[in-house]
Design a protein around this ligand. Structure first.
Ligand SMILES: NC(=O)c1ccc[n+]([C@@H]2O[C@H](COP(=O)([O-])OP(=O)(O)OC[C@H]3O[C@@H](n4cnc5c(N)ncnc54)[C@H](O)[C@@H]3O)[C@@H](O)[C@H]2O)c1
Length: 259
């Protein structure tokens, strides 16, 4: 497939996990892919393995986006994928009663501010041609409450809504700059490692985490990347302001409906 031929594609948080899989898939689709990440070492290695370019970028830093705009002034596809749960350094209280304001803000700073800045960069990088595709990686957590991860859920819900605002704004300007959100759930990436551990109970933990998922397994980063490739391509020309769940059927209601 060469659906992204002649398209410059920027992917944030692309050093590993879903972002890396999206970058690899876009490359397979003949896109000119720019991987970006805060982790320069892993990002450089990932870009070399795929055969693409890497640019360092902390999505929460306005100055980093300004630098990216200088070195990649035009883009056809921007995927705002970088995100954190708040549990990267180990267990932290993230419920609405005990979460600290600092921890709440840290998660929003990366997930929400990062996506806002990424959309702003994307509009500037696309508007000369008046077309493009912005893909924001939200989460199933952007659609339901998550008692133990309040900031993550709040930031992902805001990404879902901001994607629609961006879609409407661009349409109002007369541009065919589309903006959509993807809502994955339980995709097996390094993000899960702190929760899965390496002990004997790892398999049992994994099974328990997907017990309510109708397809009864974790999803693969490549399965999210396939949806991103479709949204990035011209095949999705009439899709804007919409949301695609990639969750093994979880949000279809099995966990909430009678068995
Ligand atoms: N894995 C899942 O089950 C799942 C489910 C729903 C949504 N998501 C979302 O998908 C996206 C990717 O998740 P993943 O599982 O691949 O995560 P991951 O932790 O494996 O990878 C995240 C990447 O983002 C980078 N990153 C972190 N902070 C950054 C910053 N400030 N600036 C730039 N890069 C930064 C990291 O270095 C890393 O390379 C995230 O937005 C996540 O919330 C994941």
């Amino acid at each position: 497939m060469q659906r992204l031929n002649n398209k410059t594609c920027v992917v944030t948080g692309a050093a590993r996990g879903i972002g890396r899989a999206i970058a690899a898939r876009f490359h397979e689709e003949s896109g000119t892919v720019v991987l970006t990440d805060i982790d320069t070492r892993a990002g450089t290695a990932a870009a070399a393995a795929i055969g693409c370019r890497f640019e360092p970028l902390d999505v929460a830093e306005e100055a980093d986006w300004a630098r990216l705009a200088e070195v990649v002034p035009a883009a056809d596809v921007v995927v705002n994928n970088a995100g954190i749960t708040g549990f990267e350094q180990g267990p932290v209280a993230h419920d609405p009663e005990h979460a600290s304001l600092a921890d709440w803000r840290d998660v929003h700073r990366v997930n929400l501010d990062g996506t806002f800045l990424g959309c702003r960069y994307a509009i500037a990088a696309m508007k000369a041609r008046g077309s493009g595709s912005i893909i924001n990686i939200s989460s199933r957590s952007g659609m339901v409450g998550i008692p133990a991860a309040a900031a993550y859920a709040s930031s992902k819900a805001a990404i879902r809504n901001h994607s629609k605002t961006v879609a409407l704004y661009c349409a109002q300007q007369g541009w065919t700059i589309r903006c959509n959100s993807i809502h994955p759930a339980a995709i097996l990436t390094p993000m899960w490692e702190p929760m899965l551990g390496t002990g004997d109970d790892r398999e049992a933990r994994m099974a328990a985490l997907v017990a309510d998922t109708p397809l009864r397994r974790f999803g693969l980063p490549e399965e999210v990347a396939a949806v991103a490739a479709m949204l990035a391509s011209d095949e999705a020309a009439y899709l804007t302001g919409t949301e695609v769940t990639v969750d093994g059927g979880l949000l279809a209601g099995s966990a909430a409906s009678p068995g």
